[in-house]
Design a protein around this ligand. Structure first.
Ligand code: SF4
Length: 685
């Protein structure tokens, strides 16, 4: 057995430390890292079984042009030439990158620099757009910067934890273990707000099974109730918060608890119990996830939650914060480098002074002037001829995007599609003109940032197989071939990380909290030794100073948008033991035992209405498409609301393709699609 390697789990945003001990050519023992502050040795089922997923079956080992194996130089030359030609003939906005929260920060940094600084477009978006971009928008509106103000220790310091739109026990299991440990130690109360009676909800002190999409109304009425009880912190607001005109009048219109209960589909007694718990427990952490973010009003929902915390002074103190938890291992790192179409770089937007600063730092010949196409629009542009070349990295949008059938059609219509992936056969890879073999977890070398801003190393313990390479290197090779040699001359990931850190600190006047100055200048050995480090203070806004020009946070006036009534709506989400489109977790026999097939879950009343029985095969139809599922009848669902998992693909099942069904309508503020409410019908097969 070789020396243990400390690395980080490649799945969810909890960011657990993992100790890997190589036992053979492609075999490894996995254990939780007792020294990692995120998990202190704990792992969930997915992390525990990582060792079953590191074999080489199905790996993409060589560059491919069409179905032909190609040399790296030939494939790189072709990609550089096609992108350069498209830019020359049609302008920089005729090309795009679609990247991923699976990329390491170093990969993300190089992709963002190439697209925004040297190609000259901001058409780089990420699958994190589907995950937490509503929280990003809400942070920007409220705090002036995309900062998660809390850390995991706040869950242990709270006396009330409110989970909103989060099946934490399944989707962030080690955070859930920390919550459960805190409950048994200190008696912290737990409220779960979720339309479904999930495993998480079943273990709560109070479950609010609200009507899907009514979170804004719920949190406005909570704030009204607390104001009526004298619990708005007027002194905190006077010192640290700007209140827009008409804000409290809007809250007052949502004050009637009976009307709020009716609008949210809740028992008034349950709603009152929630208000009472919130009133009696000022140390409150509200942890929210996809049930909030994946909505056509996702940013407003997140701001309604943040309003509650700002107005009651429940922020910047131990055990008191709004806490957006990220789904992917490096969604946060992507946000930090600016790998969203709506951000320029390093928490800077496209304001002229930021463009000047970033342009000088990069020596950029063609800096992007304005935000680019967000995920849904990026694929629309690929389909309607505006994009001439698209490079997709470490993600499978032909399955995971909403209206995934239209995304497949768009990729088929796009003149030039490049895919970087670890797997040879993916639904997206089948539509690529060029495929680059990427290094996988266990081979990659770089950093990730978890939900609480903790930067950790992902370290290699296997050599990349075949001709697989790190994504940052492939991107830099293309950048050099496009004529940008000096900007892409790194030889190690440590050099890329150093440049990223220096950009965060470059002419930073102290207003941007993302400032990685303490990490500047790490040489390769120091980078390799790096232990987990959180950027910013544990509680970033503890001093009451925010990242806005005047240092004050903003209450944001948000009102519940009317919801279109449908006979039946489809909600989507994860299973406990699968990850995304199963290209890794599907390799583990033990993980596949938890749920062997995709089920659509229906309330018994709906099953009776449609003449369906438990175990039937049924066709789910939406405006986007149809797919077959086996039915599970359960009163854990609200009547009129069904649920299906997101994981299955053309490769893994003959049905259960949820992405094809989902409505691509997106939040106008954040661009995040509203996966949680798609009108559907269901009939027996
Ligand atoms: Fe990995 Fe998340 Fe499980 Fe931790 S909780 S082991 S990061 S999947």
């Amino acid at each position: 057995m070789t020396r243990p390697v400390c690395t980080t789990c490649p799945y969810c945003g909890v960011g657990c430390g993992v100790v890997a001990r190589v036992t053979g050519e492609r075999t490894v023992d996995i254990a939780g890292d007792r020294d990692h502050p995120a998990n202190r040795g704990r792992l969930c089922s997915k992390g525990t079984h990582l060792g079953e997923t590191v074999g080489l079956n199905g790996r993409l080992l060589h560059p491919m042009i069409g179905d032909r194996r190609a040399a790296w130089d030939e494939a790189l030359d072709l990609v550089a030439d096609r992108f350069a030609t498209a830019v020359a003939e049609h302008g920089p906005d005729s090309v795009g990158f679609y990247v991923s929260g699976q990329l390491l920060t170093e990969d993300y940094y190089v992709a963002n620099k190439l697209m925004k600084g040297f190609i000259g477009s901001a058409n780089i978006d990420t699958n994190s757009r589907l995950c937490m971009s509503s929280a990003v928008s809400a942070h920007l509106r409220a705090f002036g910067e995309d900062v998660v103000p809390a850390c995991y220790e706040d869950l242990e310091a709270a006396d009330l934890i409110v989970l909103v739109g989060s099946n934490t026990a399944w989707c962030h299991p080690v955070v859930w273990q920390r919550i459960e440990a805190a409950r048994s130690r200190s008696g912290v109360k737990l409220v779960v707000i979720d339309p479904r009676r999930t495993e998480t909800a079943e273990m709560a002190d109070l479950h609010l099974p609200l009507r899907a999409g009514t979170d804004v109304r719920l949190f406005n009425s909570l704030l009204a109730a607390l104001r009526a009880r004298g619990q708005v912190d007027e002194a905190y607001i006077a010192a640290h918060v700007l209140t827009p005109e008409g804000f409290w009048e809007g809250i007052a219109e949502d004050a009637d608890p009976g009307a709020a209960a009716a609008a949210c589909g809740l028992d008034p007694v349950v709603l009152d119990a929630f208000f009472d718990l919130a009133a009696r427990h000022p140390r409150t952490v509200t942890l929210f996830s996809q049930g909030v973010n994946q909505s056509t009003q996702g940013a407003d929902k997140a701001n309604a939650i943040i309003n509650f915390h700002l107005a009651t002074g429940r922020i910047g103190k131990p055990g008191a914060a709004p806490f957006s938890i990220t789904g992917q291992p490096n969604a946060m790192g992507g946000r930090e480098v600016g790998g969203l179409a709506s951000t320029l770089a390093a928490h800077m937007d496209f304001a002229e002074d930021n463009r000047d600063r970033v342009g000088r730092f990069w020596g950029a010949p063609a800096l992007a002037a304005a935000p680019g196409l967000k995920a849904v629009d990026l694929f629309r542009a690929a389909g309607d001829g505006r994009l001439k070349a698209l490079w997709i990295m470490a993600t499978n949008p032909a399955v995971s995007m909403p209206d995934a059938g239209a995304v497949r059609d768009a990729l088929a219509a796009c003149p030039f599609v490049v895919v970087s992936d670890v797997m040879a056969d993916t639904d997206t890879g089948r539509l690529a003109h060029v495929r680059f073999p990427a290094a996988a977890w266990g081979e990659k070398d770089g950093t990730v940032t978890n939900s609480e801003r903790m930067i950790s190393r992902q370290r290699p313990f296997f050599p990349p197989p075949g001709e697989a390479r790190p994504d940052w290197r492939t991107l830099a090779d293309v950048g050099r071939r496009m004529g940008h040699g000096s900007g892409f001359a790194w030889t190690t990931p440590a050099e890329v990380f150093d440049e990223h850190c220096r950009l965060t600190a470059f002419e930073n006047d102290g207003r941007r909290r993302l400032d990685l100055s303490p990490l500047i200048g790490l040489d390769a050995a120091a980078y390799d030794r790096m232990t987990p480090v959180r950027w910013g203070a544990d509680r970033v806004f503890a001093d009451g100073s925010f990242s806005t020009p005047d240092g004050r946070a903003r209450l944001v006036a948000v009102r519940q948008q009317p919801l279109v009534n449908h006979d039946l709506i489809l909600n989507t989400g994860r299973y406990r033991d699968q990850w995304h489109t199963m290209s890794r977790t599907g390799l583990s026999p033990r993980l596949s035992q938890h749920r062997r097939e995709p089920l659509v879950e229906l309330h018994p009343d709906d099953a009776a209405r449609f003449g369906l029985a438990d175990g039937d095969l049924a066709v789910v139809r939406t405006a986007q498409g149809e797919s077959v599922f086996r039915l599970a009848i359960t009163d854990a669902q609200r009547p009129g609301e069904a649920f299906a998992p997101i994981h299955w693909t053309d490769r893994t099942a003959s049905g259960g393709r949820t992405g094809r069904l989902a409505d691509p309508a997106a939040d106008p503020v954040s661009g995040q699609p509203g996966f949680k409410r798609t009108a559907m019908t269901v009939t027996r097969l």
